[in-house]
Design a protein around this ligand. Sequence first.
Ligand code: AHR
Length: 320
Amino acid sequence: MPSLSRRLLCLLPSAVALVAAASLSAQPAKKLVVGFSQVGAESGWRTANTESIKAEAAKRGIDLKFADAQQKQENQIKALRSFIAQGVDVIAFSPVVETGWEPVLKEIKTAGIPVVLSDRAVKVSDPSLYATQIGSDFVEEGRRAADWLAKKTGGQAVIAELTGTPGSAPAIDRKKGFEQALAKYPGMKIVKSQSGNFTRAEGKQVMEAFLKSPDAKQLTALFAHNDDMALGAIQAIEEAGLKPGKDLVIVSIDGVRGAFEAMAAGKLNCTVECLPQIGPQLFDLIEKVAAGQKVPHHVRVEEGVFDETQAKAELPNRKY
Ligand code: AHR
């Protein structure tokens, strides 16, 4: 019969193993660390987009390193380099402009960090520089705006255009889509076009200048690349003693609450929807990419078109 101390000694290895297993299972799972560089806070759309991204990261327990680039590419490039230095698991960003990303994307690739593009696209010669991009079809949004305007005006319109940030994907693509569709309507033409940088203040300033030009009286319509610029332009139109939505038919893009309020008040005629609440889809992609799973190279967001006849009914449903 072995002594008590001998029997205890035999049990020791399994006890040690049990303690080790228990302490291992008590280890919290490693948090996913994501660096996100946002364009800025230029519009109501952007604010809603930022909220969606931050809320979704918090919900999933993701450690989000968020940087606001204040609409400057050099700030975004700095942020991306700092994410490399911090050794984040995934880098995501919404590129302020389309070009000029190759060098920093190559640095990220060399560091072995996957990249997910949010909302806007980039132009690069090597598509493997990013894993995936989620965003709207901006060309289609431009087409929808032109088709709606053609229907509303019977294909007759002298148009002023407020374009978005020069060099940005939505400004380039919305203009392209709008002009593609205009080709079907010989009675519609753009006679003025200038950037309002996607902001309400610059939209107002540019519209004031349009209205002061000697040929301003010929204008019958306004196409703004986003709602914020349209809302700024509406102020300028009213200050010039004209009736927005009547003297000038106005179509814009985004579908923010302020646009629905302006439509309900008869000052804006149509907004083409561009959904900013892409946080859940974005983080589904980020988690898959981090786990090494295959994802599509481009993911499109589904959207609609709303005009003044639907504004009052739709207003309570707007989430941004
Ligand atoms: O990239 C999406 C665009 O950026 C939105 O339409 C505009 O409001 C924002 O600034």
